[in-house]
Design a protein around this ligand. Sequence first.
Ligand code: ADP
Length: 261
Amino acid sequence: NQITTDMATLTKEVERFAQDKKLEIEGLKIRENYRKEFIGNISHELKTPLFTVQGYILTLLDGAMKDKSVRKKYLVNANKGVERLIYIVKDLDMITKLEVGDLNIYKEEHNIIELVQNVFDLLEMKAAKKKIELAFDKPYPDSIMVMADRERIQQVLSNLIVNSIKYGREGGTTEVSIEDLIKNKVIVRISDNGEGIAKENIPRIFERFFRVDKSGSRREGGSGLGLAIVKHIIEAHAEKIYVESQLGIGSEFSFTLEKAK
Ligand code: ADP
């Protein structure tokens, strides 16, 4: 009897061990696929600007170098391609650091009104090119102090506002508003009256490299990583981000921040 009991226990343990190993292998397979997909996406993103730059260089080597005005134009365009590559690589570097937890978030007291104003100043020209008005619905007090990593939250604001311009309509408006919530939170909203996002795509927009319109988005620049970076930064602050959008009407992204005591 004892032997039978021992055998049964042993069999159970072997089964459990096998099950654990199976799960471990499945986990590894998922991670491996994830990695492969990531590398595939990176090469895809880098290919277009690399071929563009190469195209200009080859044309220059092919004789265009002799013509002074053409030479300048091609070099300027090649440089634009390089700038785009740098932009993508910077985003890749940032997402990698955020994903491996290698990017420390230093929360300090900052005036959120000032952070929004700084980003508006930087993006004014970009918005003006598309005749988009940047409106700031400032709350009554001149300062609302929040706990935030200044650089990172400015990046969040910048990514969201750049998107509202990219996917906004010519002559439209991007509005930022700050709501002082009763508890210890504020909510920052960035809304536009642009193209909006279809319901079925909303759950996917924070994924790395996800784009609604693959070709259209690429023409507008960007790396497909902007919103993934935004989400990581907000989560690293232990805060929340929300999106509401209607196709053809517009989008609103909002995130919370902790008020400074
Ligand atoms: P991208 O570099 O393509 O802009 P993001 O990660 O910033 O990458 O955004 C992912 C996708 O989400 C975009 O390609 C676009 O389809 C959609 N999107 C983001 N912001 C907006 C917005 N304000 N209005 C409409 N669509 C948006």
